[in-house]
Design a protein around this ligand. Structure first.
Ligand code: GLP
Length: 259
């Protein structure tokens, strides 16, 4: 796991966008693994700007999203499908037929989760997977638990996740209690992983990524098993990291600002 710390969220987003755009430039038919939440919004803005400047072409790109709320159709303004359209797909030349998001309104959620897994396998998994992180350590909607599922599955959201995501809904009662999420196994099959975190409320969980332990009670710690993970942080999210880690990051910050 490599940590990169920047002074501002804008710099975090620019660095993440540089990694993603390098992958797309090297492989036209990149499989992009996408995430929702507020963390990747800046990165998506950067990708849109790069597309507008004709630096990026998404015409052969396919995308797979991590998760979707159960019960929300793509027209619901808090569905992750809607989020992806508004924040990225509507502004770039990706063919929407090549954008895949777990189905949260299927009559048979278990079967459609299985199909999503087959699709991931067929596509060969993400070339680069973008992740945010929940303050409780969830990635996608893989919530802390004694056991974690490898494959796409339906999951109950933890109360702290419902409360954290209530800010996007009219009230906490409107937040769906279940979601369909890619499993940890599929996330770890991505060739490259970028985790973005900003803000003080992520400092604790980011701190747990630094040591030599893994725990299913902090699902993101399993990313330590992956050989190519970039954790891209602002100062607030990095505030509990050891001085040693911060020092090795300072060079990176400088390098990026010099870009
Ligand atoms: C949601 C999403 C996650 C996301 C997390 C953090 O629960 N399912 O994929 O990483 O929230 O969100 P934010 O980036 O808004 O802090």
């Amino acid at each position: 796991m490599n940590f990169y710390v920047f002074n501002t969220y804008e710099e975090v987003s620019a660095y993440a966008a540089k990694i993603v755009s390098d992958v797309i430039k090297a492989k036209k038919d990149t499989i992009l693994g996408l995430a929702t939440g507020s963390s990747p919004i800046g990165l998506y803005k950067e990708l849109v700007s790069m597309y507008e400047r004709k630096e990026l072409d998404f015409s052969s790109v396919k995308s797979v999203n991590l998760d979707e709320y159960v019960g929300l159709s793509g027209n619901h303004n808090q569905s992750y499908k809607y989020f992806m359209n508004c924040n990225l797909f509507d502004h770039i030349n990706i063919d929407k037929k090549n954008t895949f998001i777990p189905n949260g309104i299927s009559e048979n959620l278990v079967e459609s989760a299985k199909q999503y897994d087959h699709l991931l396998e067929e596509l060969g998994y993400a070339d680069v997977q973008i992740l945010g992180i929940g303050a409780n350590g969830h990635i996608g909607f893989n919530e802390p638990a004694e056991k974690l599922e490898l494959s796409t599955h339906v999951t109950d959201l933890k109360i702290e996740t419902i409360q954290a995501n209530a800010r996007f809904f009219e009230s906490e009662a409107d937040v769906p209690k279940k979601a369909v999420t890619m499993g940890i196994g599929s996330i770890l099959k991505a060739k490259k992983i970028i985790l973005i975190a900003s803000g003080e409320n992520k400092a604790n969980v980011v701190h747990s990524l630094e040591d030599d332990y893994i725990s299913t009670n902090i699902p993101a710690t399993l990313l330590k098993l992956h050989p190519d993970v970039s954790v891209i942080l602002d100062r607030a999210a990095a505030s509990l990291l050891s001085q040693e880690t911060i020092e090795s990051e300072t060079n990176e910050t400088t390098r990026v600002s010099d870009r």
